[in-house]
Ligand binder design. Structure first.
Ligand SMILES: Nc1ncnc2c1ncn2[C@@H]1O[C@H](COP(=O)(O)OP(=O)(O)O)[C@@H](O)[C@H]1O
Ligand SMILES: [Mg+2]
Length: 346
C-alpha cells in the first residue's frame, strides 16, 4: 500500500543469545498508515515495549533483532529500512522523523532544570544555528500546543502536576514536527480523566499537524475510544488486527474477546465482566501451537499443535462500513483456528 508510513515486516526480537535466548517478538507484520492512530494492546509481558524499542533500534541489551525489516516511507522519498540505517541516518530518523514517549516518561524530566531549559535544549540539539530568542518562542508555542500557559516555562518539573508533566513530554516529542509519534503507556500513572484529556488532545493535534501515532497500552478501552485501528499482541505475536469499531463490535480472537470483557462497556447494554482466566505465558516455556490455547475457552486439539497464521478470515474479507479510503479489506486479520484464513499467500 502506498499510504504506509511505517511497515514492519517479519520482525523478530530475542533477549539473550544462543541457548538462553527467549523469543520476545515473533514474525510481527504491522503497518502504520499516514495520519492514523494505531493502538497496540495486550497484557503486560506480551511484547509491546519490545516491539517499540525494536522498531526504533533502541533495544537495550540483551535484546537483539534477529530478523525482519522496518520500512520507513519518507514524504515523497524511497522507503528506507530502519534496521539497516547508519548512525547518522538513524539519529535523524529518531528525532526529526519519529518521536518516542516511553513508559514512565513523565518522570524523565530533569528535576533540576526549568521547563524552558529542557524544551530549548531539545530544539537546540537539532538546530544549533537558531537564536536563543527563536528557541524560546518555539518552546512557548509547544507549551501552548499542549494546552499549558507560557508562564509555566519558568517552572521546575515538581511544580507541575503529573498531567502537565505528561503534556510537556508530548510537547517535547512534537518539537521537531515528527511524522510518527510512538507512545508507550505514556499515561498509565495518571488518573483516567486526565488520561482521556491528554489523549483527546493528541488526537486533535494529529489532525492538525498530520502525524501518525502508535499508541501502546494495556487498557483496551482507551484504544477503542481514540484509535483508528487496533492490533492485539499475545506472547510476542500479533493475534488480531482490525479497525477499532470492528474489533469492539465483533472481536474474532478469543483473547481480544477476553480483553474487551475485562473492562466495562462504554455505551450500550452492560456486558458481564469476565476477564481472562490464567496468566500470560512465560517466554521460557511457551505453550505449543497457539500460545493462548491453555487459557482459551474454545481450544480444539489443533490449537495445541499448530501455530495459527495471521491472515484474513474468509467471512470477514470486506469491512465496507469503515470509511477510511486507504484501508484495504485485508486489514482485518486474525490468527486463530476458529477462523482459518484464506490461503492466498497474504
Ligand atoms: N531486558 C530483558 N531481558 C529479558 N527479557 C526481557 C527483557 N525485557 C523484557 N523481557 C521479556 O520480554 C517480554 C515482553 O516484555 P515487554 O516488551 O516489556 O512487554 P509489554 O511491554 O507488553 O509489557 C516479557 O516476557 C519480558 O519478561
Ligand atoms: Mg511495556
Amino acid at each position: 500500500m502506498t499510504d504506509a508510513v511505517l511497515e514492519i515486516r517479519g520482525l523478530n526480537v530475542d533477549y539473550g543469545l544462543g541457548e538462553d535466548a527467549v523469543h520476545a517478538i515473533r514474525d510481527v507484520d504491522l503497518t502504520l498508515h499516514r495520519g492514523e492512530v494505531l493502538g497496540l494492546a495486550g497484557e503486560s509481558g506480551s511484547g509491546k515495549s519490545t516491539l517499540a524499542y525494536g522498531l526504533t533500534r533502541l533495544l537495550p541489551p540483551p535484546g537483539v533483532i534477529t530478523g525482519g525489516e522496518v520500512l520507513y516511507h519518507p514524504d515523497g522519498g524511497d522507503p528506507v529500512d530502519v534496521l539497516r540505517m547508519d548512525h547518522a541516518a538513524l539519529r535523524r530518523f529518531r528525532w526529526a522523523e519519529t518521536a518516542i514517549v516511553f513508559q514512565g516518561a513523565m518522570n524523565s524530566l530533569n528535576p533540576v532544570h526549568r521547563i524552558s531549559t529542557q524544551l530549548t535544549d531539545v530544539i537546540k540539539a537539532h538546530d544549533p544555528r537558531g537564536t536563543s530568542a527563536a528557541r524560546l518562542a518555539r518552546a512557548r508555542e509547544l507549551l501552548h500546543l499542549v494546552g499549558i500557559s507560557a508562564d509555566r516555562l519558568e517552572s521546575y518539573p515538581h511544580q507541575l502536576s503529573g498531567g502537565m508533566r505528561q503534556r510537556v513530554m508530548i510537547g517535547m516529542a512534537l518539537a521537531l514536527e515528527p511524522k510518527v509519534v510512538i507512545m508507550d503507556e505514556p499515561t498509565t500513572a495518571l488518573d483516567v480523566v486526565v488520561q482521556r484529556q491528554i489523549l483527546r488532545q493528541l488526537v486533535e493535534l494529529r489532525e492538525r499537524l498530520g502525524f501518525s501515532v502508535v499508541f501502546i497500552t494495556h487498557d483496551l478501552s482507551l484504544l477503542v475510544e481514540f484509535s483508528d485501528r487496533i492490533a492485539i499482541m499475545y506472547g510476542g505475536r500479533i493475534v488480531e488486527e482490525a479497525a477499532s469499531a470492528d474489533l469492539y463490535r465483533d472481536p474474532l480472537h478469543p483473547y481480544s474477546h477476553g480483553l474487551l470483557n475485562s473492562f466495562p462497556a462504554l455505551r450500550g447494554p452492560k456486558r458481564e465482566l469476565t476477564g481472562i482466566p490464567g496468566s500470560p505465558p512465560d517466554l521460557r516455556g511457551m505453550p505449543s501451537g497457539c500460545a493462548f490455547h491453555p487459557r482459551c475457552p474454545h481450544a480444539m486439539e489443533r490449537c495445541g499443535v499448530e501455530v495459527p497464521v495471521l491472515g484474513v478470515p474468509p467471512d470477514k474479507s470486506t469491512t465496507a462500513h469503515v470509511a477510511v479510503d486507504q484501508r484495504s479489506p485485508a486489514d482485518r486479520t486474525v490468527a486463530c483456528w476458529l477462523h482459518p484464513v484464506h490461503d492466498d499467500g497474504f
